[in-house]
Design a binder for this molecule. Structure first.
Ligand code: NAD
Length: 452
């Protein structure tokens, strides 16, 4: 099939590359010239394991193209996937300005394309415009209207929420747990099935449903996952207040198979480009429709409280004004391991808090220095390697559970730090082990340990 991906971010680039990898002719369009230039020079603008190799292979084979030229991208495409960002606006609503701008571009392209009388047979079937961005229920209808405002020619609409996880995106897309497709007509449902069938040879389902339900599936899934994180963080807070150990509580609780043990890890709260904005978008859909969502509002509030609560442990340790002039080493900036995405990353908030309190910060992340620099610039120092970050620092703060941080050389850490103090926002180590190693160790939902 001839496919165009609109937006070459974490979703459009990965999914477009995977579509090309099974033989489709894919054009990735972006308005960001720097991104497209990088891609045309063989450089991926994002870090995603395995992506560079897959882009190179398919680009070389001529199945994967990158362009800023809308006419080139839209004219001959049979399917157009809208994958642009839908960030929160000032009121927590999903901001649809990028989606609607792309929709109008698409409408103009349909109007000017060869259409029903020209082009080849596949073009004459009419283009399918698929919304892959996460959008509030009802957006598909707005996209249809925006396209129709520019053309009288026929086109078809689809909704296809994306469930990939950054850091495991290629595998998630190639072997999805499920594919969800929303359509208003059988023909489009059939074309979407045809496209996705090679990805579900593992027997996993393609659910074809109405468009409003497909739009809601994505929000329901992300709201559930966000709820699990806020739930366990709230329990972790109670554990701290009552001297329970959240690891023991987790073990005892999750062995009930009605509960299960997935995605229930306490920490600094969720970040990234999806859970924060999608939870807020659910809350705003609720208030707009007169259907309050107090549970999801609380999920958001608990998450927002998690970072200041952890930061307070740092200020308590150093005492009033005590962070001024201190040097704090930070391991991990990305909002989770496996990605360079720092959108809504807890590390960014905590580092900004530290700077505001007069501390200096030196951070190490295996892949996220460039993206972090776009937000905090040179207000922090960046260390290419993990141990040199610690030299002369008054404490280590861990914000991302990258695998290489899980079993470090504790003697080396102690030698390099000014004082053996670790604030672990990801519960990477056991408090008893840290006590035996001689550290002051502060984590989440477990009693702190004091050195000496
Ligand atoms: P992103 O910000 O990484 O990428 C969006 C891209 O769209 C940018 O490169 C931008 O320049 C481009 N763009 C904006 N307007 C355009 C236009 N008119 N024409 C062409 N390109 C345009 O975003 P993302 O993380 O890939 O997310 C995209 C959507 O997918 C969002 O709605 C998000 O909620 C959803 N989603 C994201 C993930 C994830 O893990 N990142 C997972 C599932 C769903």
């Amino acid at each position: 099939m001839r496919i165009t991906m609109v937006g070459t971010g974490y979703v459009g680039l990965v999914t477009g590359t995977c579509f090309a990898n099974i033989g489709n002719e894919v054009t990735c369009l972006d308005v960001d010239e720097t991104k497209i230039e990088k891609l045309n020079n063989g450089i991926s603008p994002i870090y995603e394991p395995g992506l560079d190799e897959l882009i190179a292979k398919n680009h070389k084979a001529g199945r994967l193209k990158f362009t800023t030229d809308k006419t080139e991208a839209y004219t001959h495409a049979e399917m157009i996937f809208i994958c642009v960002g839908t960030p929160s606006d000032a009121n927590g609503h999903a901001d649809l300005k990028y989606v609607l701008a792309a929709s109008e571009d698409i409408g103009r392209a349909i109007e000017n394309a060869p259409g029903a009388t020209g082009g080849d047979e596949r073009e004459r079937r009419g283009k399918v415009i698929v919304v892959k961005s996460t959008v509030p229920v009802g957006t598909n209808a707005k996209v249809r209207a925006a396209i129709a405002s520019q053309t009288k020619k026929p086109f078809f609409m689809g909704s296809n929420p994306e469930f990939l996880k950054e850091g495991a995106a290629i595998n998630d897309f190639n072997k999805p747990d499920r594919v969800v497709v929303g359509v208003a007509d059988e023909g489009t449902g059939g074309r979407m099935r045809e496209l996705y069938e090679p990805f579900v040879r593992n027997g996993h389902p393609i659910f074809v449903m109405d468009i409003p339900s497909a739009e809601m599936v994505k929000y329901a899934a992300n709201a559930m996952l966000a709820t699990k994180i806020s739930f366990i963080n709230e329990i972790a807070g109670l554990c701290e207040a009552y001297g329970s150990d959240v690891d023991e509580v987790w073990r005892g609780m999750t062995s009930d198979n009605r509960i299960g043990n997935k995605f229930l890890y306490p920490g600094l709260g969720y970040g990234g480009s999806c859970f924060p904005k999608d939870t807020l978008a659910c809350v705003s859909m609720g208030s707009e429709s007169g259907t309050p969502t107090p549970l999801l509002k609380a999920v958001h509030d608990v998450n927002q409280a998690q970072r200041p609560a952890f930061y307070k442990k740092m200020t308590d340790h150093f005492g009033p004004g005590g962070l001024k002039g201190k040097k704090i080493a930070v391991w991990g900036i990305a909002f989770k391991p496996g990605t360079d995405d720092v959108r809504e990353a807890p590390a960014i908030t905590l580092m900004q808090n530290l700077l505001a309190d007069g501390a200096t910060v030196v951070a190490h992340d295996p892949v996220a220095h460039e993206t972090a620099h776009q937000i905090v610039g040179d207000t922090i120092g960046y260390s290419e390697k993990m141990y040199p970050t610690l030299e002369g620092a008054d404490a280590l703060l861990i914000c991302t559970e990258w695998p290489e941080f899980k079993q470090p050389n504790f003697d080396k850490i102690k030698d390099l730090l000014n004082a053996p103090v670790i604030f672990d926002g990801r519960n990477l180590y056991r408090p008893e082990a840290m006590e035996a190693e001689g550290f002051t160790y502060v984590s989440v939902g477990r009693s702190p340990v004091k050195a000496g």
